[in-house]
Write a protein that binds this ligand. Structure first.
Ligand code: ZN
Ligand code: ZN
Length: 353
């Protein structure tokens, strides 16, 4: 919208000059449309910041944008149902949600369990005027979608949110989210959302967002459940929950599936994965769609990961139980000769890649 030459043409002109190849280009624009964002990228811009800008934090934002980092924050690490109270104080008792910040990109959010309320509050406190995000739902079990209505940015006009979930035939992800907000269950319907929403049902595929690529894989869990691999700046993070690996003695164990999953996560900088049970807890929970320590350790060792994060903890288990689960996983990994760094992160903990 500038006179004579617009920002897109200027980007193109600058990128034509070999001596300026290593220069970063930041576009500041009042247009928040995804089309303009993509166009800027295509023409060589590194970062696209939507006005109005917050002057106090502009320099810090630019630093963040050009740093080529991925910052992951956990907002909920438990599975099945929220478990508040003294036994979960250290790691928090919320159900799955995590976010990944990448300079100049919409916020990437994985799952909308009760943890997303904390993310919502965090965004509100930041004073950010416009919000754009991409939400990836692993599957439509309650603990992964039931806090969508408490993500406050969805109600604000001018915000842009894309919501992706697994293809389930007639039950689209849009329908699944709208249905849980119908009158019997919730006082506000999906029609109250003011943000511009785009829904998409995914199969096994690769999504190309330019700087960021996301691969999907169907997981072993009742119904359709997708695992995600997010790739950017030469790093990769895999989010694989909910997922059942089965024990080697179980005829339901599917070697072909395990081989595919191993290849899917191979060499990842970080695998966040369903480790709901310790081994002695698992035999009474077989076929519930979740995994135990020894099989997760085995997968991590085979796939030569850099880091492994245990995730989706059983609601009946305390933080001390999770400590024991973590110790057991480390013992398994060292027996397998694996050097994978292993942890069981708490809510609000961050990891920067
Ligand atoms: Zn779950
Ligand atoms: Zn589930």
């Amino acid at each position: 919208m500038m006179p004579e030459m617009d920002g897109f043409e200027l980007c193109r002109e600058l990128r034509r000059r070999p001596e300026l190849q290593s220069m970063k280009i930041i576009v500041l624009s009042a247009k928040s449309y995804d089309f303009d964002r993509r166009r800027a990228r295509e023409l060589g811009a590194d970062v696209y910041i939507v006005k109005p800008i917050v002057t106090d934090t502009l320099l810090a934002s630019i630093d963040e944008f050009v740093s080529e980092k991925m910052t992951l924050t956990y907002w909920g690490v438990h599975g099945t149902m929220p478990v508040p109270g003294p036994t979960t104080l250290r790691r928090g008792g919320n159900t799955p949600c995590l976010s990944i910040e990448i300079g100049g990109e919409p916020l990437y959010i994985f799952d909308c369990g009760s943890g997303i309320k904390q993310l919502s509050d965090h965004i509100m406190r930041s004073g950010q005027q416009r919000f754009s995000g991409r939400i990836f739902i692993s599957h439509t079990h309650w603990d992964h979608i039931n806090t969508v209505p408490f993500f406050a940015r969805l109600y604000v006009r001018g915000n842009q949110v894309e919501i992706y979930g697994p293809y389930q035939g007639d039950l689209t992800i849009a329908r699944a989210i709208a249905a849980q907000m119908e009158g019997v269950y919730f006082p506000v319907t999906i029609r109250e959302f003011g943000a511009h929403l785009v829904f998409r049902d995914l199969r096994e595929e690769t999504l190309d967002f330019g700087l960021v690529k996301i691969d999907t894989m169907l997981l072993k869990h009742p119904g359709s459940c997708l695992g995600y691999k997010i790739r950017c700046h030469g790093h990769s993070i895999c989010y694989i929950t909910d997922n059942e690996l089965y024990l080697p003695s179980d005829p339901r164990r599917d070697q072909r599936y395990l081989d595919r999953l191993t290849e899917f996560v191979r060499g990842a900088d970080l695998l966040i994965t369903d480790t709901t049970y310790r081994d002695h807890e698992y035999p009474s929970k077989v076929d519930w769609g979740h995994s135990c320590v020894s099989e997760v350790a085995d997968l991590a060792a085979r796939a030569e990961l850099k880091r492994l994060h245990l995730f989706h903890h059983d609601p009946d288990r305390s933080n001390d139980d999770i400590d024991r689960k973590l110790d057991e996983t480390r013992v398994h990994l060292s027996r397998l000769g694996s050097k994978v760094e292993c942890d069981a992160p708490a809510e609000k903990s961050k990891i920067v890649l």
